[in-house]
Design a protein around this ligand. Structure first.
Ligand code: HEC
Ligand code: HEC
Length: 205
């Protein structure tokens, strides 16, 4: 396994600059303080929710049962990840079989339908606090604006995290017949910034 880790790390170092050079870098340009109304902020949130609840995101943003999901039209029906995969508390499968055993980065592999999706960084479940699968708009909204449950991130941290995370670049360009997340990564970042400038409104505030 050590060798596998070393190879994965090497692949990450070698491929990261290329992945960013592929023209997918996003601009982080927040609207001026006070320029986004609460209503416009809520509209931005509705679009953010469409993204967060999309299978390309929610399949990994699952709860404490540590089971990734297979859902969305490309999977036909909604079910837990096959082959009895369980990410364990480590969220990377350290207790049983590492996610990276199958989700290992090799260029071009995402073009093959039903191959294990992969990016040039560790494939793993999102933290339990960021459980989105099957959650309502209000539930996800309150989680994402809560630094106690969003990895301690403010608006700029959220936006830059979105840009720096290669998994997200994959979600908008998954290949293999999978449906991409809605809008674009740039539009999603813009919506997060607008929602933040509006003061992170959620329905029912
Ligand atoms: C392969 C699994 C995977 C997929 C798919 C995935 N994420 Fe994540 N997500 C993670 C992991 C792992 C973290 C924790 C990373 C960290 O904190 O640095 C995370 C954290 C986040 C965070 C940080 C805030 C929080 O609440 O923890 C945001 C925002 C986020 N993801 C958005 C998305 C969006 C939007 C999509 C779809 C476009 C998506 N993710 C798809 C694994 C995934
Ligand atoms: C034995 C190989 C194998 C292991 C181990 C494995 N996966 Fe997968 N995974 C796959 C394959 C193959 C697919 C695609 C199945 C398909 O498209 O029909 C997949 C798909 C997924 C998807 C769906 C992505 C999407 O939105 O299209 C998620 C999420 C996922 N795996 C997470 C994980 C996590 C987290 C782990 C570690 C706990 C893991 N997998 C371990 C083989 C594996």
């Amino acid at each position: 396994m050590k060798r596998l880790f070393a190879l994965a790390a090497l692949a990450f170092v070698l491929t990261t600059p290329a992945a960013f050079a592929a023209g997918e870098t996003v601009e982080i340009d927040p609207p001026a303080e006070g320029s986004v109304s609460q209503a416009a902020g809520l509209e931005a949130w509705d679009r953010i929710y469409e993204v967060a609840s999309h299978p390309r995101c929610s399949n990994c943003h699952v709860g404490a049962n540590n089971r990734p999901m297979w859902s969305g039209p490309a999977y036909g029906r909604t079910r837990v990840h096959g082959m009895n995969v369980n990410a364990g508390e480590s969220r990377i499968g350290a207790e049983t079989i590492l996610c990276s055993t199958c989700h290992a980065y090799r260029e071009g592999l995402n073009d093959t339908p039903h191959a294990a999706p992969q990016v040039a960084m560790n494939w793993q479940l999102a933290p339990v606090e960021a459980e989105w699968f099957g959650k309502s708009s209000i539930e996800i909204c309150n989680q994402l604006r809560d630094p106690e449950r969003n990895g301690g991130r403010d608006m700029m941290d959220l936006a830059t995290h979105l840009d720096h995370d290669l998994i997200l670049h994959w979600a908008w360009n998954p290949g293999g017949g999978r449906e991409p997340a809605p809008y674009s990564l740039q539009e999603h970042v813009n919506d997060v910034l607008a929602w933040g400038v509006a003061g992170f409104p959620c329905e029912g505030d």
